[in-house]
Ligand binder design. Structure first.
Ligand code: HAM
Length: 418
Protein backbone atom coordinates (compact mmCIF):
# COMPACT_ATOMS: atom_id res chain seq x y z
CA UNK A 1 0.00 0.00 0.00
CA UNK A 2 1.40 3.41 -0.87
CA UNK A 3 2.48 5.21 2.24
CA UNK A 4 -0.13 7.97 2.28
CA UNK A 5 -2.92 5.39 2.35
CA UNK A 6 -1.81 4.08 5.73
CA UNK A 7 -3.26 5.35 8.98
CA UNK A 8 -1.66 8.47 10.44
CA UNK A 9 1.46 7.69 12.50
CA UNK A 10 0.56 7.11 16.14
CA UNK A 11 -3.13 6.58 15.34
CA UNK A 12 -4.37 3.01 15.51
CA UNK A 13 -7.14 0.93 14.03
CA UNK A 14 -9.09 -1.16 16.50
CA UNK A 15 -9.23 -4.47 14.64
CA UNK A 16 -11.92 -7.15 15.09
CA UNK A 17 -9.62 -9.32 17.21
CA UNK A 18 -9.37 -6.43 19.68
CA UNK A 19 -13.16 -6.14 19.89
CA UNK A 20 -13.71 -8.49 22.86
CA UNK A 21 -11.25 -6.74 25.16
CA UNK A 22 -12.54 -3.26 24.24
CA UNK A 23 -16.11 -4.50 24.64
CA UNK A 24 -15.37 -6.06 28.03
CA UNK A 25 -13.66 -2.86 29.15
CA UNK A 26 -16.44 -0.54 28.00
CA UNK A 27 -19.19 -2.68 29.52
CA UNK A 28 -17.32 -2.94 32.81
CA UNK A 29 -16.75 0.81 32.86
CA UNK A 30 -20.39 1.66 32.17
CA UNK A 31 -21.65 -0.61 34.96
CA UNK A 32 -19.00 0.82 37.31
CA UNK A 33 -20.00 4.43 36.55
CA UNK A 34 -23.66 3.62 37.09
CA UNK A 35 -22.79 2.17 40.48
CA UNK A 36 -21.46 5.58 41.57
CA UNK A 37 -24.21 7.71 40.05
CA UNK A 38 -22.14 9.35 37.29
CA UNK A 39 -23.86 10.57 34.14
CA UNK A 40 -22.44 10.62 30.64
CA UNK A 41 -21.53 13.77 28.75
CA UNK A 42 -20.34 13.90 25.13
CA UNK A 43 -18.60 16.98 23.83
CA UNK A 44 -17.25 17.68 20.32
CA UNK A 45 -13.81 16.41 19.40
CA UNK A 46 -12.96 19.91 18.10
CA UNK A 47 -12.94 23.00 20.29
CA UNK A 48 -11.83 26.58 19.83
CA UNK A 49 -8.09 26.67 20.54
CA UNK A 50 -8.21 29.31 23.34
CA UNK A 51 -10.18 26.87 25.54
CA UNK A 52 -7.22 24.50 25.86
CA UNK A 53 -4.66 27.28 26.11
CA UNK A 54 -6.49 28.84 29.02
CA UNK A 55 -7.42 25.61 30.80
CA UNK A 56 -4.27 23.52 30.41
CA UNK A 57 -1.82 26.46 30.49
CA UNK A 58 0.23 28.21 27.80
CA UNK A 59 3.55 26.87 29.11
CA UNK A 60 2.80 23.16 29.24
CA UNK A 61 4.07 20.42 26.95
CA UNK A 62 0.55 19.79 25.70
CA UNK A 63 -0.14 23.37 24.63
CA UNK A 64 3.40 24.21 23.54
CA UNK A 65 4.09 21.23 21.35
CA UNK A 66 1.43 18.53 21.30
CA UNK A 67 -1.82 20.06 20.09
CA UNK A 68 -3.30 19.41 16.68
CA UNK A 69 -4.21 23.00 15.97
CA UNK A 70 -5.26 24.29 12.57
CA UNK A 71 -7.08 27.18 10.98
CA UNK A 72 -10.56 26.48 9.68
CA UNK A 73 -10.05 27.93 6.23
CA UNK A 74 -13.71 28.69 5.79
CA UNK A 75 -13.82 31.27 8.58
CA UNK A 76 -10.25 31.74 9.80
CA UNK A 77 -10.94 30.35 13.30
CA UNK A 78 -8.25 28.44 15.16
CA UNK A 79 -9.50 24.98 16.14
CA UNK A 80 -7.85 22.19 18.12
CA UNK A 81 -8.47 18.45 18.33
CA UNK A 82 -9.06 17.88 22.04
CA UNK A 83 -5.92 16.70 23.85
CA UNK A 84 -7.94 15.87 27.00
CA UNK A 85 -11.51 16.03 28.28
CA UNK A 86 -11.59 18.21 31.39
CA UNK A 87 -11.52 21.57 29.58
CA UNK A 88 -14.41 20.57 27.29
CA UNK A 89 -16.40 19.21 30.20
CA UNK A 90 -16.06 22.44 32.16
CA UNK A 91 -16.79 24.50 29.03
CA UNK A 92 -20.01 22.53 28.48
CA UNK A 93 -21.03 22.83 32.14
CA UNK A 94 -20.66 26.60 31.98
CA UNK A 95 -22.28 26.97 28.56
CA UNK A 96 -25.34 24.92 29.55
CA UNK A 97 -25.47 26.12 33.14
CA UNK A 98 -25.29 22.53 34.38
CA UNK A 99 -24.36 23.58 37.92
CA UNK A 100 -27.45 25.75 38.47
CA UNK A 101 -28.96 23.30 40.98
CA UNK A 102 -25.81 21.96 42.60
CA UNK A 103 -22.89 19.66 41.94
CA UNK A 104 -22.75 17.28 39.02
CA UNK A 105 -21.02 13.95 38.58
CA UNK A 106 -20.04 13.47 34.93
CA UNK A 107 -18.12 11.00 32.79
CA UNK A 108 -16.98 10.71 29.20
CA UNK A 109 -15.19 8.23 27.00
CA UNK A 110 -13.54 8.86 23.65
CA UNK A 111 -10.50 9.68 21.57
CA UNK A 112 -7.99 12.39 22.52
CA UNK A 113 -5.18 13.74 20.35
CA UNK A 114 -1.62 14.68 21.27
CA UNK A 115 1.27 15.08 18.86
CA UNK A 116 3.74 13.13 21.00
CA UNK A 117 6.53 10.82 19.84
CA UNK A 118 4.71 7.50 19.38
CA UNK A 119 5.95 4.45 21.28
CA UNK A 120 4.40 1.54 23.14
CA UNK A 121 1.62 2.98 25.29
CA UNK A 122 1.97 6.47 23.84
CA UNK A 123 -0.10 7.35 20.81
CA UNK A 124 -1.21 10.44 18.92
CA UNK A 125 -4.81 9.31 19.02
CA UNK A 126 -5.57 7.51 22.26
CA UNK A 127 -8.70 6.97 24.31
CA UNK A 128 -9.62 8.16 27.76
CA UNK A 129 -12.39 7.41 30.18
CA UNK A 130 -12.72 10.53 32.30
CA UNK A 131 -14.68 11.33 35.43
CA UNK A 132 -15.38 14.88 36.63
CA UNK A 133 -17.24 15.96 39.78
CA UNK A 134 -18.06 19.65 39.52
CA UNK A 135 -19.30 21.73 42.44
CA UNK A 136 -18.11 19.63 45.40
CA UNK A 137 -15.82 21.19 48.01
CA UNK A 138 -13.94 19.32 50.72
CA UNK A 139 -12.02 16.05 50.48
CA UNK A 140 -15.07 13.80 49.94
CA UNK A 141 -14.91 13.63 46.16
CA UNK A 142 -11.14 13.27 46.13
CA UNK A 143 -11.60 10.12 48.20
CA UNK A 144 -14.62 9.05 46.13
CA UNK A 145 -12.53 9.26 42.95
CA UNK A 146 -9.64 7.28 44.37
CA UNK A 147 -12.01 4.69 45.80
CA UNK A 148 -13.82 4.45 42.46
CA UNK A 149 -10.60 3.82 40.59
CA UNK A 150 -9.53 1.19 43.13
CA UNK A 151 -12.91 -0.50 42.64
CA UNK A 152 -12.54 -0.44 38.84
CA UNK A 153 -9.14 -2.13 39.05
CA UNK A 154 -10.79 -4.91 41.06
CA UNK A 155 -13.56 -5.27 38.47
CA UNK A 156 -10.99 -5.39 35.65
CA UNK A 157 -8.56 -7.65 37.50
CA UNK A 158 -5.56 -5.29 37.38
CA UNK A 159 -3.47 -3.86 40.21
CA UNK A 160 -1.75 -0.52 39.58
CA UNK A 161 -0.20 1.39 42.48
CA UNK A 162 -1.51 4.69 43.84
CA UNK A 163 0.67 7.77 44.27
CA UNK A 164 -0.73 10.94 45.79
CA UNK A 165 0.47 14.44 46.54
CA UNK A 166 -0.92 17.85 47.37
CA UNK A 167 -0.15 21.01 45.42
CA UNK A 168 -1.69 23.41 47.94
CA UNK A 169 -3.80 26.43 47.12
CA UNK A 170 -3.08 29.12 44.54
CA UNK A 171 -1.27 31.32 47.09
CA UNK A 172 1.00 28.47 48.22
CA UNK A 173 1.84 27.70 44.63
CA UNK A 174 2.66 31.35 43.99
CA UNK A 175 4.95 31.37 47.03
CA UNK A 176 6.62 28.19 45.90
CA UNK A 177 7.03 29.54 42.37
CA UNK A 178 8.81 32.65 43.67
CA UNK A 179 11.22 30.56 45.75
CA UNK A 180 11.90 28.23 42.83
CA UNK A 181 12.66 31.15 40.51
CA UNK A 182 15.07 32.59 43.10
CA UNK A 183 16.77 29.22 43.50
CA UNK A 184 17.18 28.70 39.76
CA UNK A 185 18.21 32.30 39.11
CA UNK A 186 20.96 31.94 41.67
CA UNK A 187 22.24 28.98 39.64
CA UNK A 188 21.55 30.33 36.16
CA UNK A 189 24.81 28.95 34.75
CA UNK A 190 23.59 25.36 35.27
CA UNK A 191 20.24 25.88 33.49
CA UNK A 192 19.78 24.49 29.99
CA UNK A 193 17.88 26.30 27.22
CA UNK A 194 14.58 24.65 28.07
CA UNK A 195 14.90 25.59 31.73
CA UNK A 196 15.85 29.19 30.92
CA UNK A 197 12.79 29.50 28.73
CA UNK A 198 10.56 28.18 31.52
CA UNK A 199 12.23 30.02 34.37
CA UNK A 200 9.65 32.77 34.60
CA UNK A 201 6.68 31.17 32.85
CA UNK A 202 6.57 27.75 34.51
CA UNK A 203 9.49 27.03 36.85
CA UNK A 204 7.68 24.00 38.31
CA UNK A 205 8.19 22.15 35.07
CA UNK A 206 11.95 22.56 35.40
CA UNK A 207 11.69 19.98 38.19
CA UNK A 208 10.70 17.38 35.57
CA UNK A 209 13.94 17.81 33.61
CA UNK A 210 15.69 14.67 32.40
CA UNK A 211 18.96 16.56 31.96
CA UNK A 212 21.58 14.81 34.18
CA UNK A 213 23.58 18.04 34.45
CA UNK A 214 20.68 19.67 36.28
CA UNK A 215 19.78 16.84 38.66
CA UNK A 216 21.66 18.12 41.71
CA UNK A 217 20.20 21.60 41.19
CA UNK A 218 16.73 20.07 41.07
CA UNK A 219 17.43 17.94 44.14
CA UNK A 220 18.41 21.04 46.08
CA UNK A 221 15.36 23.04 44.95
CA UNK A 222 12.87 24.26 47.57
CA UNK A 223 10.18 21.68 48.30
CA UNK A 224 6.54 22.48 47.70
CA UNK A 225 5.63 20.79 50.99
CA UNK A 226 7.42 23.61 52.86
CA UNK A 227 5.28 26.27 51.14
CA UNK A 228 1.91 24.62 51.64
CA UNK A 229 -0.97 26.40 53.38
CA UNK A 230 -2.55 25.00 56.55
CA UNK A 231 -5.92 24.36 54.94
CA UNK A 232 -4.48 22.30 52.09
CA UNK A 233 -2.43 20.28 54.55
CA UNK A 234 -5.52 19.60 56.65
CA UNK A 235 -7.43 18.64 53.48
CA UNK A 236 -4.63 16.27 52.49
CA UNK A 237 -4.58 14.82 55.97
CA UNK A 238 -8.27 13.91 55.75
CA UNK A 239 -7.76 12.32 52.33
CA UNK A 240 -4.98 10.14 53.74
CA UNK A 241 -6.93 9.15 56.83
CA UNK A 242 -9.97 8.13 54.78
CA UNK A 243 -7.84 6.12 52.38
CA UNK A 244 -6.31 4.36 55.36
CA UNK A 245 -9.76 3.66 56.78
CA UNK A 246 -10.87 2.25 53.42
CA UNK A 247 -7.79 0.05 53.23
CA UNK A 248 -6.53 1.70 50.04
CA UNK A 249 -2.74 1.59 49.93
CA UNK A 250 -0.92 4.68 48.64
CA UNK A 251 2.52 6.19 48.38
CA UNK A 252 3.07 9.92 48.87
CA UNK A 253 5.18 11.23 46.00
CA UNK A 254 6.16 14.84 46.68
CA UNK A 255 7.55 15.10 43.13
CA UNK A 256 4.13 14.45 41.60
CA UNK A 257 3.15 17.80 40.03
CA UNK A 258 1.10 16.81 36.91
CA UNK A 259 1.61 18.26 33.44
CA UNK A 260 -1.52 20.43 33.30
CA UNK A 261 -1.73 23.78 35.08
CA UNK A 262 -5.27 23.62 36.42
CA UNK A 263 -4.60 21.40 39.44
CA UNK A 264 -4.50 22.40 43.10
CA UNK A 265 -4.50 20.42 46.35
CA UNK A 266 -4.90 16.65 45.91
CA UNK A 267 -3.32 15.10 42.82
CA UNK A 268 -2.90 11.41 42.17
CA UNK A 269 -1.62 8.90 39.64
CA UNK A 270 -2.04 5.16 39.31
CA UNK A 271 1.17 3.62 38.01
CA UNK A 272 2.45 0.20 37.03
CA UNK A 273 5.89 -1.20 36.27
CA UNK A 274 4.42 -3.80 33.90
CA UNK A 275 4.18 -1.54 30.84
CA UNK A 276 7.68 -0.13 30.47
CA UNK A 277 8.17 3.61 30.19
CA UNK A 278 4.48 4.56 29.85
CA UNK A 279 3.40 3.27 33.22
CA UNK A 280 0.79 5.84 34.27
CA UNK A 281 -2.60 4.31 33.55
CA UNK A 282 -4.80 6.88 35.31
CA UNK A 283 -4.31 10.37 36.71
CA UNK A 284 -6.18 13.33 38.11
CA UNK A 285 -6.84 15.58 41.04
CA UNK A 286 -8.63 18.71 42.23
CA UNK A 287 -8.95 21.78 40.02
CA UNK A 288 -10.92 24.21 42.18
CA UNK A 289 -10.10 27.30 40.11
CA UNK A 290 -10.88 26.12 36.60
CA UNK A 291 -14.63 26.74 36.38
CA UNK A 292 -14.19 30.37 37.38
CA UNK A 293 -11.08 30.76 35.25
CA UNK A 294 -13.07 29.69 32.18
CA UNK A 295 -15.80 32.24 32.90
CA UNK A 296 -18.22 30.32 35.11
CA UNK A 297 -19.41 31.02 38.63
CA UNK A 298 -16.67 29.75 40.95
CA UNK A 299 -17.14 26.04 41.69
CA UNK A 300 -14.70 23.54 43.19
CA UNK A 301 -13.98 20.39 41.21
CA UNK A 302 -12.09 17.13 41.07
CA UNK A 303 -11.60 14.51 38.38
CA UNK A 304 -9.41 11.93 36.74
CA UNK A 305 -8.91 10.16 33.44
CA UNK A 306 -7.48 6.80 32.46
CA UNK A 307 -5.70 5.84 29.27
CA UNK A 308 -7.73 3.02 27.75
CA UNK A 309 -4.92 1.59 25.57
CA UNK A 310 -2.61 1.44 28.58
CA UNK A 311 -5.23 -0.25 30.75
CA UNK A 312 -5.98 -2.82 28.07
CA UNK A 313 -2.25 -3.55 27.80
CA UNK A 314 -2.18 -3.99 31.57
CA UNK A 315 -5.22 -6.25 31.39
CA UNK A 316 -3.31 -8.43 28.93
CA UNK A 317 -0.10 -8.29 30.99
CA UNK A 318 -1.93 -9.34 34.17
CA UNK A 319 -3.84 -12.12 32.45
CA UNK A 320 -7.32 -10.75 32.95
CA UNK A 321 -8.20 -10.34 29.25
CA UNK A 322 -11.52 -11.95 28.21
CA UNK A 323 -11.80 -14.78 25.70
CA UNK A 324 -12.82 -14.24 22.09
CA UNK A 325 -16.54 -13.70 21.51
CA UNK A 326 -18.01 -16.43 19.33
CA UNK A 327 -21.60 -16.67 18.02
CA UNK A 328 -23.92 -19.26 19.56
CA UNK A 329 -24.73 -20.82 16.22
CA UNK A 330 -23.60 -20.86 12.60
CA UNK A 331 -26.41 -21.53 10.16
CA UNK A 332 -25.58 -23.71 7.18
CA UNK A 333 -28.03 -23.92 4.29
CA UNK A 334 -28.15 -25.00 0.65
CA UNK A 335 -31.01 -25.06 -1.81
CA UNK A 336 -33.65 -22.52 -2.77
CA UNK A 337 -36.34 -23.58 -0.29
CA UNK A 338 -33.73 -24.24 2.41
CA UNK A 339 -32.32 -20.73 2.21
CA UNK A 340 -35.75 -19.13 2.42
CA UNK A 341 -36.50 -21.23 5.55
CA UNK A 342 -33.04 -20.53 6.98
CA UNK A 343 -33.72 -16.78 6.95
CA UNK A 344 -36.85 -17.37 8.99
CA UNK A 345 -35.04 -19.66 11.42
CA UNK A 346 -32.28 -17.09 11.94
CA UNK A 347 -34.81 -14.32 12.56
CA UNK A 348 -36.76 -16.31 15.19
CA UNK A 349 -33.59 -17.38 16.97
CA UNK A 350 -32.25 -13.81 17.10
CA UNK A 351 -35.58 -12.50 18.36
CA UNK A 352 -35.31 -15.03 21.18
CA UNK A 353 -31.81 -13.76 22.03
CA UNK A 354 -29.61 -16.31 20.27
CA UNK A 355 -26.56 -14.95 18.39
CA UNK A 356 -26.57 -16.47 14.91
CA UNK A 357 -24.21 -16.08 11.99
CA UNK A 358 -25.95 -17.05 8.77
CA UNK A 359 -23.67 -18.46 6.12
CA UNK A 360 -23.34 -16.22 3.07
CA UNK A 361 -21.83 -16.86 -0.33
CA UNK A 362 -23.05 -20.40 -1.14
CA UNK A 363 -20.77 -23.45 -1.35
CA UNK A 364 -21.13 -27.12 -0.48
CA UNK A 365 -22.33 -28.29 2.94
CA UNK A 366 -18.80 -29.50 3.59
CA UNK A 367 -17.14 -26.13 2.97
CA UNK A 368 -19.89 -24.39 4.96
CA UNK A 369 -19.28 -26.74 7.90
CA UNK A 370 -15.60 -25.76 7.86
CA UNK A 371 -16.63 -22.12 8.17
CA UNK A 372 -19.01 -23.03 11.00
CA UNK A 373 -16.16 -24.66 12.87
CA UNK A 374 -13.79 -21.74 12.27
CA UNK A 375 -16.39 -19.26 13.53
CA UNK A 376 -16.03 -20.65 17.05
CA UNK A 377 -19.80 -21.21 17.30
CA UNK A 378 -21.05 -23.78 19.78
CA UNK A 379 -23.27 -25.48 17.23
CA UNK A 380 -23.92 -25.64 13.52
CA UNK A 381 -27.55 -25.44 12.46
CA UNK A 382 -28.10 -27.27 9.21
CA UNK A 383 -30.98 -26.64 6.86
CA UNK A 384 -31.50 -28.52 3.59
CA UNK A 385 -34.59 -28.75 1.44
CA UNK A 386 -35.84 -31.75 3.50
CA UNK A 387 -35.64 -29.79 6.77
CA UNK A 388 -37.30 -26.83 5.04
CA UNK A 389 -40.20 -28.99 3.90
CA UNK A 390 -40.76 -30.13 7.50
CA UNK A 391 -40.02 -26.68 9.01
CA UNK A 392 -37.21 -28.24 11.04
CA UNK A 393 -33.44 -27.95 11.35
CA UNK A 394 -30.53 -30.18 12.32
CA UNK A 395 -28.48 -29.08 15.32
CA UNK A 396 -24.90 -30.35 15.35
CA UNK A 397 -22.78 -29.60 18.44
CA UNK A 398 -19.29 -28.49 17.38
CA UNK A 399 -17.48 -28.35 20.73
CA UNK A 400 -18.47 -31.68 22.30
CA UNK A 401 -19.29 -35.20 21.26
CA UNK A 402 -23.09 -34.87 21.58
CA UNK A 403 -25.21 -36.33 18.79
CA UNK A 404 -26.72 -34.33 15.96
CA UNK A 405 -30.52 -33.91 16.39
CA UNK A 406 -33.38 -32.83 14.17
CA UNK A 407 -35.53 -30.27 16.00
CA UNK A 408 -38.15 -27.63 15.46
CA UNK A 409 -37.22 -23.96 16.04
CA UNK A 410 -38.67 -23.81 19.57
CA UNK A 411 -36.63 -26.87 20.66
CA UNK A 412 -33.45 -25.47 19.11
CA UNK A 413 -34.04 -22.11 20.80
CA UNK A 414 -34.38 -23.80 24.18
CA UNK A 415 -31.10 -25.65 23.78
CA UNK A 416 -29.25 -22.58 22.54
CA UNK A 417 -30.46 -20.34 25.34
CA UNK A 418 -29.17 -22.75 27.99
P1 HAM B 1 -3.30 13.22 31.70
O1 HAM B 1 -2.39 12.79 32.79
O2 HAM B 1 -2.75 14.15 30.68
O3 HAM B 1 -4.55 13.90 32.42
O4 HAM B 1 -3.89 11.96 30.98
C1 HAM B 1 -4.58 10.96 31.68
C2 HAM B 1 -4.16 9.57 31.20
O5 HAM B 1 -4.34 9.47 29.79
C3 HAM B 1 -2.68 9.27 31.40
O6 HAM B 1 -2.43 8.84 32.72
C4 HAM B 1 -2.47 8.15 30.40
O7 HAM B 1 -2.92 6.91 30.93
C5 HAM B 1 -3.38 8.56 29.26
N1 HAM B 1 -2.60 9.20 28.19
C6 HAM B 1 -2.18 10.49 28.13
N2 HAM B 1 -1.50 10.72 27.00
C7 HAM B 1 -1.48 9.56 26.31
C8 HAM B 1 -0.93 9.14 25.05
N3 HAM B 1 -0.28 9.99 24.26
N4 HAM B 1 -1.11 7.86 24.66
C9 HAM B 1 -1.79 6.99 25.45
N5 HAM B 1 -2.33 7.33 26.64
C10 HAM B 1 -2.18 8.58 27.07
C11 HAM B 1 -5.61 14.40 31.76
O8 HAM B 1 -5.80 14.28 30.57
C12 HAM B 1 -6.61 15.08 32.68
N6 HAM B 1 -7.70 15.65 31.85
C13 HAM B 1 -7.15 14.11 33.72
C14 HAM B 1 -8.14 14.75 34.62
C15 HAM B 1 -9.49 14.67 34.53
N7 HAM B 1 -7.86 15.56 35.63
C16 HAM B 1 -8.99 15.99 36.18
N8 HAM B 1 -9.99 15.45 35.49
Amino acid sequence: MSNNLQSVRGMNDMLPQDGPIWGFFEETVRAWLRAYGYREIRTPILENTPLFKRAIGEVTDIVEKEMYTFIDELNGESLTLRPEGTASCVRAAIQHNLLYDGGKRLWYMGPMFRHERPQKGRYRQFHQVGVEALGFAGPDVDVEHILMAADLWKRLGVSPILEINTLGDAEARRRHRERLIKHFEANADVLDEDAKRRLHSNPLRILDTKNPAMQSLVEAAPKLIDDLDEESLAHFDVVQRRLDALGIAFRINTRLVRGLDYYNRTVFEWVTDKLGAQGTVCAGGRYDGLVEQLGGKAAPACGFAMGVERLLALLEAEGAAPALQAPDAYLVHAGEAATAWAWQVARSLREAGVNVVMHAGGGSFKSQMKKADASGARVALIVGDNEAAEQKLALKPLRDAAEQAVLNVAEATQILLK
